[in-house]
Design a protein around this ligand. Structure first.
Ligand code: PBG
Length: 332
């Protein structure tokens, strides 16, 4: 038999130790961010039906959750607030004693080293469920970009005041990073970082999140502000703009169907920390298949997240974060 070269690629796959030695990417506990849903007035943790293993939490149960995160070695959480009262302009989102502000203060008291990231958006706070204020009536109503901007800055500043380390605007408003940066600086929060949901698609994979955060649009959808899943080039422009406006880090969302964007953005901006969000629908799919016995849950969880690292992600937001941390500890 004649072979064309002496390279035999299976040679390096023969032993577990050798496979581990030549492994290019690793999931690490410090890469992970756990999303938490904090609901005003909730007495007991409320299971989220479409996200098995996830709960809406009241302030009273936050300490236990944070203790669990700390003991697993998790370094960061991202917070979503569900207020007791919604209105047309999202006033509950920037109150000094609002649900999210109280949650931030509570976490910082309990675990000062825990990195607190906050989602900055209005869909959970406005009665119509859109990510910004509406102008126009009925079918002609649309999200008013420039009327939303100062409110976003106000919300972000209130998070910083409460102790948030990183604010993460997710509403896909043009110029949102500029106004938030200006607002933070003017209020004395020059050190508060901005992680922009720069490349965020209008995706059906957010379905279960709408139950978790109670922020489904009452009418219409988000396609006038979130990106068309068919498009890649515009995502590069979104990222470029947000960086020019002062974003410290950027995010791609959802994760698994959009890893091409992760790879492109890492190649274009190698020095910029890049986050990827494995969203609620991705989590739900793995959980559902595992419940049916069709996929191995732990293997599917680990592989889906490791592949995000291979694509170029530095930071991974996942509802599996606690389970992954546990797994990483076992395999040490
Ligand atoms: C907006 C926001 C959403 C998610 C995170 N931030 C919902 C949306 O844009 O419609 C979705 C996250 C997920 O599905 O896990 N505040």
């Amino acid at each position: 038999m004649s072979t064309t070269s002496n390279a035999r690629l299976r040679r390096l796959r023969q032993h577990a130790g050798l496979r581990a030695m030549v492994q290019e990417n690793q999931l690490q506990v410090q890469d992970l961010v756990l999303p938490l849903f904090i609901k005003a007035g909730l007495k007991e943790p409320q299971p989220i039906q479409s996200m098995p293993g996830c709960y809406q939490l009241g302030l009273a149960h936050l300490d236990d959750e944070i203790d669990a995160c700390v003991s697993l070695g998790l370094k960061a959480v991202i917070l979503f607030g569900i207020p007791s009262h919604k209105d047309a302009t999202g006033g509950a989102s920037w109150q000094a004693d609002g649900i999210i502000q109280q949650a931030i203060m509570r976490i910082k008291r309990r675990a000062p080293a825990m990195l607190v990231i906050t989602d900055v958006c209005f869909c959970e706070y406005m009665d119509h469920g859109h990510c910004g204020v509406l102008s126009g009536e009925g079918d002609a109503a649309s999200v008013d970009n420039d009327a939303t901007l100062p409110l976003l800055a106000q919300q972000a500043v209130s998070h910083a005041k409460a102790g948030a380390d990183i604010v993460a605007p997710s509403g896909m408003m043009d110029d949102m990073v500029t106004v938030i940066r200006q607002g933070l600086d003017a209020a004395g929060y020059q050190q508060t970082a901005i992680l922009s949901y720069a490349v965020k698609y209008a995706s059906c994979f957010y379905g279960p999140f709408r139950e978790a955060a109670e922020g489904a649009p009452q009418q219409g959808d988000r396609r006038t502000y979130q990106m068309n899943p068919a498009n890649a080039g515009i995502g590069l422009r979104e990222a470029q703009q947000d960086l020019a406006q002062g974003a410290d880090a950027i995010m791609v969302k959802p994760g698994m169907p959009y890893l091409d964007m992760v790879q492109r953005l890492k190649a274009q901006h190698p020095g910029v920390p890049l986050a990827v969000y494995q969203v609620s629908g991705e989590y739900a799919m793995i959980k559902a298949a595992a419940q049916q016995g069709w996929l191995d849950e732990v293997e599917a969880m680990m592989e889906s997240l490791l592949c995000m690292k291979r694509a170029g992600a530095d930071i991974i937001i996942s509802y599996f974060s606690k389970q992954v941390a546990e797994q990483l500890r076992h395999t040490k």
